[in-house]
Design a protein around this ligand. Structure first.
Ligand code: 1HN
Length: 346
């Protein structure tokens, strides 16, 4: 590839004249914005241990009252982006949120989309646009763009969940903002039960739901049962994996980030081809390892890691006796809309 002229090759007075008029020569920077064959990746393979962060999160509960935090969160930041950027990848924000018994995180709505993957504890709930969503371990709860949400806790133990947001990309678009509101009135609960069986959807008087986000809560008991049924009924399948989708139309459940759950059968090793998306892996149950680019992360329950895009990944179940269940987040919906999504078989 032809080496291009450098900034230093240009006369001082010419560079000053360009700057004066807010102009920049492209050629000194062309190779860095368009590197050959593969993007320059800032996202670094990064691991966050739940046992490591848990005491610090509980200590935040003592140090900072909920009124002074609104959302009491430790952000899982990728050093490749700079910790202060609060990014796990170019598009994904991750945070571990703590709610103590009796606490309330007030209602607001914002432009970034959020999902919550519940990690531990009982008795907390989040209310999304009037739908009360109980939080149990492994449940996925959506808070799509613009929808009111608040969190409460009637139990007696700490509740912790993983927040996954598309905040970095919405912020980059200069489109990230919040509106504060007053406490919501609960108008429904358990509406996801109408979508428990694939293949049938509510159609009262022949009319289908017109809601953009008809299902807000994906209970882990149902997802886990589906994975086990898939493994039992299709033993030859390449990967025991399900996607979290909109049950009315089968599309990704949110517009920017995509979510799936994967079961590694006892002793299973799964080679995943390189995809253009960075990926987040969060261990719901069991123990797995995630290997990529010479790194190997051993995930125990509630551990989380991130692997950059364009990287082949090997997942292994570390147990020969028990299945391992992993929650996966990526930005494939966004990349597909942009037309830049790729799978590479090196
Ligand atoms: C947010 O609204 C929540 O509602 C959690 O629990 C984390 C991180 C950035 C921006 C908004 C929540 C968030 C957030």
């Amino acid at each position: 590839m032809q080496e291009l002229g450098r900034l230093e090759d240009l006369p001082e007075d010419y560079r000053a004249a360009l700057t004066e008029q807010n102009l920049v020569p492209l050629w000194p920077s062309l190779r860095s914005v368009l590197p050959p064959g593969k993007p320059a990746l800032r996202t670094k393979p990064t691991f966050w241990s739940y046992q490591g962060l848990r005491p610090l999160l509980l200590r935040a509960g003592e140090l900072t009252p909920i009124e002074k935090a609104e959302r009491r969160v430790l952000v899982l930041a990728n050093p490749g982006h700079g910790l202060e950027k609060m990014q796990a990848s170019s598009t994904i924000y991750l945070g571990m949120q703590l709610l103590q018994p009796g606490e309330w995180a007030p209602s607001h709505r914002h432009t970034p989309n959020a999902v919550r993957m519940i990690v531990e504890g009982e008795g907390a709930y989040t209310t999304v646009e009037g739908e009360k969503c109980p939080m149990r371990r492994g449940d996925l709860i959506l808070t799509p763009t613009g929808m009111w949400h608040e969190h409460g806790h009637d139990g007696d133990q700490p509740v912790v969940w993983l927040d996954v947001l598309d905040l970095p990309i919405v912020y980059y678009c200069e489109a990230s903002y919040v509106t504060e509101g007053k406490a919501q009135t609960v108008i429904s609960e358990g509406t996801e039960q109408a979508y428990q069986r694939g293949g049938v959807v509510p159609a009262p008087m022949f009319v289908r739901s017109r809601q953009t986000f008809p299902m807000l809560r994906y209970p882990w008991v149902d997802v886990r049962r589906t994975l086990e049924a898939l493994a039992a009924s299709q033993p030859e399948i390449e990967a025991v994996q399900v996607a979290y989708v909109n049950p009315e139309n089968g599309h990704d459940c949110q517009r920017i980030l995509g979510f799936s759950a994967l079961m590694l059968r006892p002793g299973e090793k799964l080679e995943m081809p390189a995809r253009s998306t960075a990926m987040v892996f969060h261990q719901i149950e069991g123990a797995a390892s995630v290997s990529a680019e010479g790194h190997r992360f051993d995930l125990a329950e509630a551990d989380t890691c991130c692997i950059p895009g364009y990287t082949p990944i090997t997942l292994s179940n570390r147990s020969a006796a028990q299945p391992a269940f992993i929650f996966i987040a990526d930005d494939a919906p966004l990349q597909k809309k942009l037309g830049v999504y790729e799978v590479r078989n090196y």
